[in-house]
Ligand binder design. Structure first.
Ligand code: ATP
Ligand code: F6P
Ligand code: MG
Length: 343
């Protein structure tokens, strides 16, 4: 078989490890041939296709980013878009199946191409946010948490030196998993996540209680967090390619308010894309490699329209529809557990 691979949506440490896992399993176990679509669905729509050999994936599991490039192109748009045109392109290039590695948007597009046009697609979940349902963890999350935790550790020493309040902003558009895990790992005094709007009074109460014990307060906030007085998440950077607000900057809103209300000098740090760059952790390399290998097995099982997933310690297969109908949000009991440590 000839299998085409694409990476779409925001990049994520571990994408290259998925590609390597797929190619090695395909070549070794099935004598498969591989090509890559450049820049996500854009490469499918524009037939921008490159060969991927076993040689091309050498040493790739530790490499950040994606050798194929990524974008937020919609595969239903443009001259070569839509299931009929895409099937024609696949036929012209003798491609039997697509392995689509992406988040909820990419996988929804993959499901529609399969359901509406019969395209042979297998999905692989990727997101540093860990917001995809139907998989216990997604690769990239562990790496992002590690990077955010290191940032907390570093902010703590400078905060202590000046007696300041530090507000660290991490990614997490709809869910607060990165904030929750890095905040717990780094001993944050408050963790603010999209699932749990808070009042500014409550935040300042936590800050003052920390100062009362002679400590420098450290707050972790996810970019999608809202104060209970805000209608929607803070955004001042315009829209993304799919016309959604680009988030970021809530920490810069909070720090001056905290300073004004508590009198504690406060600083904001936006960690941004540092969380998505660089080498994946060992955990993410293993998870990504296993998912890539399993995606090829799913191709040979002709399990079209399904996604490979982590359940406990096993890699399983679910329908993409099941994986995309809801988000993996931080449940109440996990927040309540973390909250015992606030203030
Ligand atoms: N319902 C949909 N139908 C068709 N295409 C879609 C749909 N939702 C998203 N897409 C396309 O898939 C692209 C990738 O989706 P998106 O930008 O949300 O990234 P993602 O795969 O979810 O990864 P990330 O974790 O970065 O959000 C979108 O830019 C859009 O072009
Ligand atoms: O800056 P970009 O690449 O458009 O995307 C940023 C978004 O992508 C993510 O990193 C992953 O979905 C979000 O946390 C963030 O809001
Ligand atoms: Mg998305």
């Amino acid at each position: 078989m000839k299998i085409g691979i694409l990476t779409s949506g925001g990049d994520c440490p571990g994408l290259n490890a998925v590609i390597r896992g797929a190619v090695l399993n395909g070549v070794i176990s099935h004598d498969a041939e591989f090509v890559g679509f450049r820049w996500g669905w854009k490469g499918v729509v524009e037939a921008d296709i490159m060969p991927i050999t076993r040689h091309d994936v050498r040493g790739l599991s530790k490499q950040g980013g994606t050798i194929l490039g990524s974008s937020r192109t919609n595969p239903f748009e443009g001259e070569g878009g839509g299931p009929d045109n895409i099937q024609r392109t696949l036929d012209e290039h003798g491609i039997d199946a697509i392995i689509a590695i992406g988040g909820e948007g990419t996988l929804t597009a993959a499901r529609r191409l399969h359901d509406e046009g019969g395209i042979n697609v297998i999905g692989v979940p990727k997101t540093i946010d860990n917001d995809l349902a139907a998989t216990d963890y997604s690769f990239g999350f562990d790496t992002a948490v590690e990077i955010a935790t290191e940032a907390i550790d570093r902010l703590r020493t400078t905060a202590d030196s000046h007696g300041r309040c530090m507000v660290l902003e991490v990614m997490g558009r709809h869910v607060g998993w990165i904030a929750l895990h890095s905040g717990m790992a780094g001993g944050a005094h408050a963790i603010l996540i999209p699932e749990q709007p808070q009042s500014i009074e409550q935040i300042c109460e936590w800050v003052e209680s920390v100062r009362g014990r002679g400590r420098a307060p450290l707050i972790v906030v996810a970019e999608g967090f809202t104060l209970d007085s805000m209608g929607e998440a803070h955004s001042h950077k315009g829209l993304d390619a799919f016309n959604r607000p680009r988030l970021g900057g809530i920490s810069e809103q909070l720090a001056p308010i905290i300073e004004e209300r508590t009198g504690i000098e406060s600083r904001a740090t936006v960690l941004g894309h540092i969380q998505r760059g660089g080498a994946p952790s060992a955990y993410d390399r293993v998870l990504a490699t296993r998912l890539g290998m399993a995606a090829v097995t799913a191709v040979y099982d002709r399990a079209w329209g399904s996604m490979v997933t982590l359940r406990g310690t096993d890699i399983e297969t679910v329908s993409i529809a099941d994986a995309t109908h809801s988000l993996n949000r931080v449940p109440q009991h996990r927040y309540d557990e973390a909250k015992i440590l606030f203030g």
